[in-house]
Design a protein around this ligand. Sequence first.
Ligand SMILES: Nc1nc2c(c(=O)[nH]1)N[C@H]1C(S)=C(S)[C@@H](COP(=O)(O)OP(=O)(O)OC[C@H]3O[C@@H](n4cnc5c(=O)[nH]c(N)nc54)[C@H](O)[C@@H]3O)O[C@H]1N2
Ligand SMILES: Nc1nc2c(c(=O)[nH]1)N[C@H]1C(S)=C(S)[C@@H](COP(=O)(O)OP(=O)(O)OC[C@H]3O[C@@H](n4cnc5c(=O)[nH]c(N)nc54)[C@H](O)[C@@H]3O)O[C@H]1N2
Ligand code: SF4
Ligand SMILES: [Mo]
Length: 703
Amino acid sequence: MANTIHHRTCNLCEAICGLEIEHDGQQIISIKGDKNDPFSRGHICPKAVALQDIHEDPDRLRQPIKKVDGQWQKISWKEALDEVATKLRATQQAHGNDSVGVYLGNPNVHNTGSMLFSRHLLRALKTRNKFSATSVDQLPHHLIALKLFGHQFQIPVPDIDRCDHFLMIGANPMASNGSIMTVPDVRHRLKAIKEKGGKLVVIDPRRSETAEVANEHVFIRPGTDALLLSAMIQEMYAANLVSKHRLHEATDGLDGLATRFAAFTPEAVADSTGISAADIRRLTHEFCAAENPVIYGRMGVSVQAFGTLSQYLIMLINILRGRLDEPGGLMLTTPAVDTLAITGPGHFDRSRSRVRQLPSFTGEYPVAALAEEILTPGDGQIRALLTIAGNPILSTPNGRQLDKAFGQLDFMVSIDFYLNETTQHADIILPPVSPLEREHYDVIFHMLAVRNSSRYADALFEKDKNARHDWEIFLDLTERLAPAKTPAQWLQNRSRRLMSPKRTLNYLLKRGPYKLSLKALRDTPQGIDLGPLKPQLPQALSHKDKRIHLETEFFLPDLQRLENVLQENRDPADSMLLIGRRHVRSNNSWLHNSRRLVKGKDRCTAQIHPKDAARMGLDNGHPVRITSRVGSIVLPAEITDSMMPGVISVPHGWGHKRDGVELSIAKEHAGVSVNDLTDETSLDALSGNAALNGLPVALSLAS
Ligand SMILES: Nc1nc2c(c(=O)[nH]1)N[C@H]1C(S)=C(S)[C@@H](COP(=O)(O)OP(=O)(O)OC[C@H]3O[C@@H](n4cnc5c(=O)[nH]c(N)nc54)[C@H](O)[C@@H]3O)O[C@H]1N2
Ligand SMILES: Nc1nc2c(c(=O)[nH]1)N[C@H]1C(S)=C(S)[C@@H](COP(=O)(O)OP(=O)(O)OC[C@H]3O[C@@H](n4cnc5c(=O)[nH]c(N)nc54)[C@H](O)[C@@H]3O)O[C@H]1N2
Ligand code: SF4
Ligand SMILES: [Mo]
């Protein structure tokens, strides 16, 4: 067979780059960027080739396996599914519905079938003990969108192509390729801001890859962003920099705002943040003076002790400067599939977790509470667990405690194609097809994109007869957990299968704002450009009264907690602050089994400033022990002046040398897990999101 080019979007990160995959029907010949994709314009990153490596990986599971006397055995799908359903139901019959827990990981969001079909399974599970990676990530964004605009997914994104001043806090898109801002080819888009005479300013405790390409980089002490942002708001009021804007008429809560920030003068926060009062004033004035400024923050500000407050203040600054819903500011998308309608508005604090009384968000509890819900006896204790496309042992706080908790479950099942740090605890693993054996449409990321666009691909390779999609596994389990008792229920089950992700998608596209269809997208495999983002507020608000609800009485009491930080006096000799790091050739915990991505020098290092290293007598490359309340890790030091003094940076997703892991390449480059240090009691008080950044740790030399 002659070689063919298959067009599809890469599903590995949020940038949704267009790919051209050359293949001969069996084997992949090459993976390149698709120059004709109007959105990504040929851009790809080094991770794209991992799609081939995952597909061909001999370690990838292709058939269900079951642990018998500590040994894994291949079993049939029927046997596996029957046993999983029987065990989950037996647990629930004996101990109540909440005795089964479920954790959903990040790749679900990059999987069309999972996005469209997981709700059936979640409903059939009938448990309140649901958890996901949202609460180690973007939970503050959802909470703010829900409160202010009325829908958890109504999250405006920076209109990067039309802004002329980009103030970026705690985000590193040059490594991450953008987040809650789907922005393929971010390098050129950032460069374009500078080329038109605009300015990119990065605020980060590390001179990140993005800081390197910025006009200006400002170090900030981790966890103090809310102080900086409060001082900016104080200065905006004091210097009369608040703009008049049409949306202010439609905003509740603006009155009296100035007084709430009066105490946070630039002078008051300078020492705590490590940024001089003069610099804070200058940053504020430059931002407000620009014609089309936007301020945006991501992981560094979301996943810390003031995550929600920081994101709220970022939103407030955009609103006060009149940048919400303006070209070049923070804007909402108009995706081809009405994602808001599928996901539902969401809700907050409808129930509380059993042990620590943490609030739920749209039916999920903060994942920092997962271990205690398994370990603490009593009514509602989790005794059986289902994980779907997640690796919480490496990606959520206090991984060692979770190891202990998973070890004591009566039953665990994982829907995953790798035997990794989490799934090795399972009794049964149900592996779905590889990403190239399924169709792909980004239900979520077109909604968070800096330009309206739409792109679909059929599966590249037909799946094996014996293989199942994630969505099929979900329905297989749903039908066993909630068997049809009436002809009507039987029909409903049949019609769900018939609807398939493809048909569902076709239906949603046709009903969407552009009246597209699968056919239209198949005819344009490079994707369709649907134009720049458009102003649409207040009409598009999900709140029935079409007003923005600032809900100051929910958010601003947290300023009191912030004032305590002002009093803190930290001696770096006693404790340093730990932050995270991403690298363009990693993807959370699960791409380290690709030889091409892990080769080269060790990336799992502790970056530390020369001054801190000198104080300890630490040489470059020497092992350093980092200790927190919950544990300690030892890894090589990387001494670099790209770190702010007093701060240490360790990437997450490593630590593959754990018992039972069957990832041959990843184990050769194992590293250690920073989440053996992060603390499940360290939370963003408003949302329950984990505070993984800014954790105090002690350092010592290790041998
Ligand atoms: N310290 C620290 N911790 C962090 C972060 C940090 O910055 N610092 N970042 C956090 C963030 S933002 C996130 S999103 C989380 C991620 O947390 P998780 O989602 O729990 O972890 P991943 O590493 O993404 O694990 C993904 C799992 O899904 C499997 N998988 C991949 N594709 C598929 C598929 O199509 N179907 C199925 N069924 N399985 C699949 C992989 O084999 C792997 O086991 O980590 C968080 N943890
Ligand atoms: N290559 C690669 N790409 C990815 C991923 C990956 O693992 N690898 N993961 C994907 C996922 S799931 C997500 S959610 C996104 C995340 O996307 P980003 O948020 O852009 O990625 P991070 O690299 O976590 O950037 C966080 C930055 O915040 C800084 N920081 C840490 N603490 C603080 C603080 O207290 N204040 C301030 N101001 N800054 C701080 C860090 O130094 C870092 O530069 O990336 C996605 N893309
Ligand atoms: S930037 Fe993200 S979407 Fe683009 S090729 Fe890399 S991993 Fe894939
Ligand atoms: Mo994430």
